[in-house]
Ligand binder design. Structure first.
Ligand SMILES: [Zn+2]
Length: 201
């Protein structure tokens, strides 16, 4: 196991991987505009056993490739990711970007609304890859139950993406950030109605 310290990052890995960690950090920080200097730990997983040991979010499935817990980003190493998951090793930068998004989201003290948290992380991957996004015209934010949308877990990513893309293109991200801070101690019921009111039309 090698431990490498690079600017805001401490990397734990079997080998040295030459990723542009600073670029990932700058990209995410540019979106969240965090006033904090955030320290990031990344642990490259080398086996399914390690994944299962650290992962608190339910059992392994082939589409899962990384997670963030206790302020540490866990991701399968490039040697093993293609053997264990449906992902390519070329996707590792965007997986790190996705998990960094969760880390910044937490660090800013936003209320954890899974649909919005995953939506932002997915939205940022699109931005990171310079992919254009179309706003979903049919999506009516005033009808969304943001806490219990009643959809399968896997669809939280595309649905969350649609929601975030719509909010940011219509209302600006600052309004979203203010909402995520404001609802910190709201009941689920109040969060749902506040969301529907603030982001309607
Ligand atoms: Zn995620």
């Amino acid at each position: 196991m090698k431990i490498i310290n690079k600017n805001n990052f401490m990397i734990f890995s079997k080998d040295f991987y030459n990723y542009d960690y600073n670029k990932f950090y700058e990209f995410i920080n540019n979106f969240f505009e965090s006033p904090n200097n955030i320290k990031v730990k990344i642990y490259f997983l080398n086996s399914l056993n390690q994944f299962n040991f650290f992962n608190p979010y339910g059992k392994f499935e082939k589409w899962k490739c990384g997670f963030m817990t206790n302020n540490i980003i866990f991701v399968f190493s490039p040697e093993i990711i293609e053997k264990l998951t449906i992902h390519k090793k070329e996707e590792i930068p965007e997986i790190i970007v996705h998990e960094l998004s969760h880390l910044f989201y937490n660090n800013l003290g936003f209320r954890n609304i899974t649909l919005l948290n995953e939506g932002i992380a997915t939205y940022l991957i699109y931005l990171f890859k310079n992919k254009t996004l179309k706003t979903n015209q049919k999506l009516d934010l005033s009808k969304i139950n943001i806490i219990n949308p009643n959809i399968p877990k896997k669809t939280y990513y595309p649905v969350g993406l649609d929601i975030i893309n719509k909010i940011i293109s219509k209302h600006k991200k600052e309004k979203l950030f203010d909402f995520l801070k404001k609802i910190k101690s709201f009941s689920d019921h109040k969060i749902i109605s506040t969301f529907q009111k603030e982001f309607s039309n």
